[in-house]
Design a protein around this ligand. Sequence first.
Ligand SMILES: O=C(O)c1ccccc1N[C@@H]1O[C@H](COP(=O)(O)O)[C@@H](O)[C@H]1O
Length: 203
Amino acid sequence: MQVKICGITNIEDATAAVAAGADALGLVFYSASPRCIDGSRAAAIAAAVSPFVTLTGLFVNATAAEIEQVLAEVPLNLLQFHGDESAEYCEQFRRPYIKALRMKDGLDVLAAMAAHPKARGFLLDAYRPGVPGGTGETFDWQRVPQDSGREVILAGGLTPDNVAAAIAAARPQAVDVSGGVEATPGRKDHNKVREFVQAAKGR
Ligand SMILES: O=C(O)c1ccccc1N[C@@H]1O[C@H](COP(=O)(O)O)[C@@H](O)[C@H]1O
């Protein structure tokens, strides 16, 4: 099971997550988020962790110029599009990307996946009107399709206490957490990070 710890804002949290066994770190470039950081801070975090950790940049309906500016500063391995971005828009950066799908009632998940043929995976997150993500809310894990043939990253309200049950129900390839391992918004609780990774990886 691959684990991404999202909303990393400082070097201490980044190195603690990697030491705990995280495979990927998420850096948020969305100004309305309490976890938002700028390019220079992100570059410092990137320089402090192993090059074998997948550094993921999270964007919500950003302009192409904003993303290019971050890419010029930060060696991101993966882009995460968490808004209403089209496939054409996501593909222009010529980087591996994952697309977030907010699990609104009635969403045709397979059709939404088909609309992004080049996405490397789909991060399935809870839906709350007006909030693009990081809600701390779960959704019905039985709605995760088992026959998509695409990489699924389960997110939304995961915690050290519920992640094992979530994995058993949804059978994703990876899990992603932000609020569930925080001490305060934007600051990780290192014990919770360790417990989360252990529970997700079945250790
Ligand atoms: O973390 C944020 O602030 C955020 C803001 C806007 C879009 C996405 C965001 N985070 C992503 O949402 C999932 C779920 O968060 P949570 O675990 O429920 O708090 C998180 O894994 C991020 O990928």
